[in-house]
Every structure is written in C-alpha cells, then in structure tokens.
Design a protein. Structure first.
Length: 239
C-alpha cells in the first residue's frame, strides 16, 4: 500500500459523503486518513458521524459571525494579514453588479470566519482539504493560505451536477427544473470561482421521465459516495 495522505474535511450538514470517505479510509480502500472534520454550523449530523469515528471536530459558526458583522466591522476584527484590495482583485465570487460596499462586506465577513477555520486547520498540516457538502464559498483569503505551493491545488469539492452545467447551490434542483435526461456529479479542485476549478472526476446517471427531484437526489448521492473516495485515491496516487 502507498503512503497514506492526511485529509481534513469540512461539512455543513448530514455528511453522507463524509461517511463514504470515512468508510473508505477504515476499510483501506483508499490511502488516506481523516484528521479532522470542521463544520460551519453547530449540531449537524455529519459532526456525529466524525465523532463516532474518533475524528477531531470543530465548528466555526458562520451564521453567528455574519450576523455580528452586520452590526459593523472594525479593522481590528479583521485578520492581521487581510488585504482588501488584493482579495478584491482576485475574487470571482461576487458579480460585478454588486456595490463596492456589498463586495467589501462579503469579503471581510467571510475572511473573519475563514481565519477562525485557518487557526485550527493549519495546525494539522494536511495534504488535502476535502469539502464534503460544505455549503459556503471560500474566498481567495482562505484559498491562498491552504494552496501555498504554486500550481498545486489542495482543496477538493463535490458538486451535485455535471459541471460546467449548473454551478451554484442547487445542482440537482437545477438539473430537474431544466428537464435534463442525464444528471450527474463532479469532483473538482477549488479555485477562485464558484464551481469553476479543474475537474478530477464525474459520474452520470439517467433520468427517467417520471423521476422526481427526490429520485434524482437519491441516484446522484449514490454516485457521489463512490466518486469522492475514487477522486481522493487519484490524488493520493499522484502525491
Ligand atoms: C451533496 O449532494 C453534495 O454534492 C452537495 O451537498 C450534498 C451534501 O450531502 N454539495 P451530504 O452532507 O454529504 O449528505
């Protein structure tokens, strides 16, 4: 067996993808160990799954941080190495029709939350950070502090659609609403855009005329649980 890579995971919810990766690590079907699971929301089922597998867990409560930022952000609240101009020039997350103030608020409030994650995550020194149903976008502030080797992507995400179709938060919903006859999921690296990074793997499934949105989600998740461990192994093989 090859040397095992160290993996960190971030989640927001139920964590069925996390479970598939935990199982793949435990039964040695991939050369990886999960060191931690972080969540942007307290009390989610995925945290329980991690704890059951003796994986360290932590929460950075994004909703609470964003609410408190809405009362005002002082310069002293921002990470010491935060440079708004630099992050603004790199970011591709907020559309051009947003006001300067809206963009600044978005980048500042997310960087405050991201710094809290970084303070914990960087102490682990993982080879790969896996977003397993993590429903927050990551700004260049965070990405640049994980991707420290130029040209080497270290953050992976799973998206519930066949990218580049249907980026955004509701891939299966958008696939269903469009009336597609094929759906799928994509594992890709994170870059500065939303769901735009290099594709690592994809799996497709057929959609029957009478399939409901729930049918599509069920078929899609089944594919995700196989695809994600496979893509992590692909990364481990190239490491
Ligand atoms: C998955 O469909 C994933 O593609 C999307 O969010 C869902 C998370 O499911 N990003 P789970 O938390 O892994 O069960």
């Amino acid at each position: 067996m090859a040397k095992k890579i160290s993996v960190g995971t971030l989640i927001s919810g139920g964590g069925t993808n996390l479970q598939a990766i935990i199982d793949a690590c435990l039964n040695n079907s991939i050369d990886a160990n999960i060191l931690f699971t972080g969540s942007d929301s307290p009390g989610v089922k995925g945290l329980e799954r991690a704890q059951k597998a003796n994986i360290d867990t932590f929460v950075v409560d994004y909703s609470q941080i964003i609410q408190s930022c809405k009362k005002g952000i002082n310069d002293t609240d921002l990470p010491k190495d935060f440079n708004l101009e630099e992050i603004q020039s790199k970011q591709q997350l907020v559309a051009g029709d947003a006001s300067k103030e809206q963009i600044a608020f978005f980048l500042k409030s997310r960087a405050i939350a991201e710094r809290k994650f970084l303070d914990i995550i960087l102490a682990y020194n993982v080879d790969l950070l896996v977003l397993a149903g993590f429903m927050r976008v990551l700004t260049p502030y965070f990405i640049d502090r994980i991707n420290t080797d130029p040209g080497r992507y270290k953050i992976m995400n799973i998206h519930p659609a066949l990218l580049p179709s249907f980026p955004g938060t509701d891939g299966y919903g958008d696939t269903f609403a469009y009336g597609c006859k094929v759906g799928g999921c994509t594992v890709h690296f994170i870059d500065y855009g939303e769901d735009t990074g290099p594709i690592i793997g994809q799996k497709a499934f057929e959609i029957e005329d009478d399939d409901t949105l729930d049918d599509i989600k069920r078929k899609g998740l089944k594919k995700e649980w196989k695809l994600y461990p496979h893509c992590i192994q692909k990364f481990a093989d190239s490491f």
